[in-house]
Each structure stands twice: as structure tokens, then as C-alpha cells.
Write a protein that binds this ligand. Structure first.
Ligand code: HEM
Length: 345
């Protein structure tokens, strides 16, 4: 893993995490919108690019998979497959294996051995597995959890029935202040109930109509964002007692610690209609960049400061950042590069 030269006193972060960071703000002002776009082209940023594929492996791969395994072992409610979603779980597994094989051909290999027989190899993790599609006895784990142990993305599966979408399966270990165990079985519209503004603005009803018409082989993507203290992926409601108090204590640390510990947290979410089962897979890939690193990319520093300062209070409250977003905006403003003194005549 390459880490950045730490000559500036900023947090050492692997260079690929800056280059691949999906900076989420196209404007100085952020409002909720039905921000979905075809997942066709990578997005070029001042630091690099993101979005080349629906699955993304970076230098955190092993660490994040270890964290997911530990979370699932401690709390099995982060994984659920309602009985009617078993075909969709197999469909998801094979779809993601195909994607991995296409995007990482050096390390990931999927081979059809004839009919329903397949050979899967993940050389990063040293896995070699023959399996028969839809035959649970041929895999060491339930198929959704099996593939979730090999991708950094959280996975939710939506069933479509009676003109509605329901979150009826998933493996979600890195939820940002929600609970998969609580939400499983709920409709898409119910799940978005707590979000301010969106009902009046029609954001979620439009997204619902759009998703119901989603076609196979035409993946879409969107981003969502918040701030998180430390590199903590699991900020789910279940363990609020572990991370909630940080929102208080972070207000009292010095600037150096503030910039090192407060992270811009961005989710790249992909939406894919599965070809066989007709379910929708919702992939949530979470990226964390500390503010001190963010501030080293000048256009990001300037824009994030504007967005945080301007964000309406109800949205900041819902995102759980109301107590420290002003300080975060000020931190980024203060990190402006010092203009060079004009040289004499
Ligand atoms: C939260 C929009 C798809 C689950 C939100 C928020 C917005 C939003 C604006 C508030 C985020 C924030 O302030 O941080 C959308 C749109 C979608 C979409 C436009 C599709 C085009 C989905 C899907 C799921 C989902 C497919 C399935 C699991 C959630 C959950 C929350 C959330 C669990 C947190 C709700 C809570 O506070 O309990 N979404 N979303 N979203 N979304 Fe979505």
C-alpha cells in the first residue's frame, strides 16, 4: 500500500484513497434531489477519478472485509434473506462475480464449467470454489453473505410487488445512522420516512417511480454524504452508544485533532436490476477522507467549506452534524493556502 508523504503534518492516508475519493458536491449549495445518473463513465476529479465500475476494490479491501466479518459474527441481524429472496441472492452473487471478473481480470476469475456448474477464484483472498447455481449445498455460506465477504460494498436487495419496492434482503455492516435489522421487510417509501424535506419536494416518490422502471444491464448510481468522526465505517443505530458521544467530545479537541478525526463520508450507491430474479440490488460503497487531507485538494477544500456553512439546520440535524458542522466549515476556510507575498519591483 502506498501512503502519502506526510511532510505537511496531515493524516497519512493511502494515496489511492485520495485519488479515488468520490467528492460529492457539484455546487456550493447542497439540497436533496433525485440525483441518479447512468453508471457508464468514470468521474474525473482534481485528484483522480472514481466510478469506473459498480464494484470498487482499494487498499482498504482486507481491512474492511475483516471488519465486516467481525460485525456479522457479533450481530447476525446485519444479514437477512427473507425466504422469497433466495433466488435474488443467487442472482446477486453471480452478477457481482461477473463484475469482479470483468473489472479485475488479474485477480478475479469466473468460469462456466457447463450448465449450472461454475468455478470461482478470488486470488486476493486465495479462494477457489466450484458451485452449482441455486444449490446451497455447494457453497460454504449463504450466497449473499458469501459474496458480501468479498466486496467492500454493503448490499441491500429490493423486491418489487404490488407496484412497490421492499427491502427484503441484504448484508449491511456499514450503515450511516440507520439499522438494517430494523428496516428489513419495510417498503422503500417507509424507509425514507425519517428524512426531512423529501416528501414535500417529491424526491422519494420520483426515485420510487424511476426504480420501478429500472432495466437490467443499465446500472445507475448516486452519491450521499455526511460527516463521521474517525475512520469508523459501522455507525449503525444499534451501536449508537459507541460512536454517538464522539459528536460531543469532538467539539473540544484542538484544530490538529479535529482535522485528523473528522471525515467527509461519501457513499457511492449503485442500483442494478438483476437479470434473472427481477429484484433490484442496491450497493452502498462507503469512502472516508479526513478533513486535513481533503483540505490539500484546493477545489474540494473551498467547496466543502461553502456547502457545510450553508447547509440548512434541519438537514444538518438529520445528518447528525449540527454540533460541529460550523467548526468543520471554519476549519476548511482556515486551511486556505497562504497567498505568496508579491515580489518587489
Ligand atoms: C436516506 C434518497 C435509494 C435506504 C436517504 C436520504 C436521501 C435518500 C435524500 C437522506 C440522506 C441524508 O441526509 O444523509 C434516496 C434516493 C434513492 C435512494 C434518491 C434512489 C434513487 C435508497 C435505497 C435504499 C435506501 C434503494 C434501500 C435500502 C435509505 C436509508 C436511509 C436513506 C435506510 C436512512 C433513513 C433513516 O434515517 O432511517 N435516501 N435513496 N435508499 N436511504 Fe435512500
Amino acid at each position: 500500500m502506498t501512503t502519502l508523504e506526510n511532510t505537511t503534518g496531515t493524516t497519512p492516508v493511502a494515496s489511492d484513497l485520495v485519488a479515488g475519493f468520490p467528492f460529492p458536491f457539484p455546487e456550493d449549495r447542497y439540497r436533496y434531489s433525485t440525483n441518479v445518473e447512468p453508471a457508464e463513465q468514470p468521474v474525473v476529479t482534481p485528484a483522480g477519478q472514481w466510478g469506473a465500475a459498480v464494484v470498487d476494490i482499494d487498499s482498504e479491501y482486507r481491512s474492511e472485509l475483516d471488519q465486516r466479518a467481525a460485525i456479522l459474527a457479533a450481530d447476525p441481524s446485519r444479514h437477512a434473506v427473507l425466504p422469497h429472496m433466495v433466488p435474488a441472492a443467487w442472482d446477486t452473487m453471480l452478477t457481482l462475480m461477473r463484475e469482479l471478473d470483468a473489472v479485475y481480470p488479474e485477480q478475479m476469475h469466473l468460469e462456466n464449467l457447463g450448465g449450472d456448474e461454475w468455478l470461482w477464484r478470488n486470488d486476493i483472498l486465495g479462494i477457489e470454489q466450484c458451485f452449482r447455481y441455486a444449490d446451497a449445498a455447494t457453497l460454504p455460506d449463504e450466497p449473499l453473505r458469501y459474496i458480501a465477504s468479498q466486496v467492500q460494498e454493503d448490499i441491500a436487495l429490493l423486491d418489487q410487488r404490488n407496484d412497490q419496492l421492499f427491502v427484503d434482503a441484504g448484508v449491511v455492516t456499514f450503515a450511516a445512522d440507520w439499522s438494517f435489522g430494523f428496516d428489513v421487510g419495510m417498503s422503500f417509501l417507509e424507509i425514507h420516512g425519517p428524512v426531512p424535506r423529501i416528501r414535500k419536494e417529491g424526491v422519494i416518490t420520483r426515485a420510487h417511480e424511476f426504480l420501478k422502471r429500472l432495466q437490467p444491464h443499465q446500472p445507475y448510481r448516486r452519491t450521499n454524504w455526511t460527516l463521521t468522526i474517525d475512520r469508523r465505517l459501522d455507525v449503525s443505530t444499534e451501536i449508537y452508544h459507541e460512536w454517538g458521544p464522539d459528536r460531543e467530545t469532538i467539539q473540544h479537541v484542538d484544530d490538529e485533532e479535529f482535522g485528523r478525526r473528522v471525515h467527509l463520508r461519501v457513499e457511492v450507491q449503485h442500483l442494478i436490476r438483476l437479470p434473472d430474479s427481477g429484484a433490484i440490488v442496491f450497493l452502498i460503497r462507503t469512502y472516508l477522507l479526513p478533513l486535513d487531507q481533503l483540505a490539500t485538494v484546493e477545489p474540494w477544500r473551498r467547496r466543502a467549506a461553502e456547502v457545510l456553512a450553508e447547509l440548512p439546520a434541519d438537514m444538518a440535524e438529520y445528518k447528525g452534524i449540527i454540533k460541529y458542522r460550523d467548526r468543520a466549515a471554519q476549519y476548511l476556510r482556515d486551511a486556505a493556502p497562504v497567498a505568496p507575498l508579491p515580489s518587489g519591483p
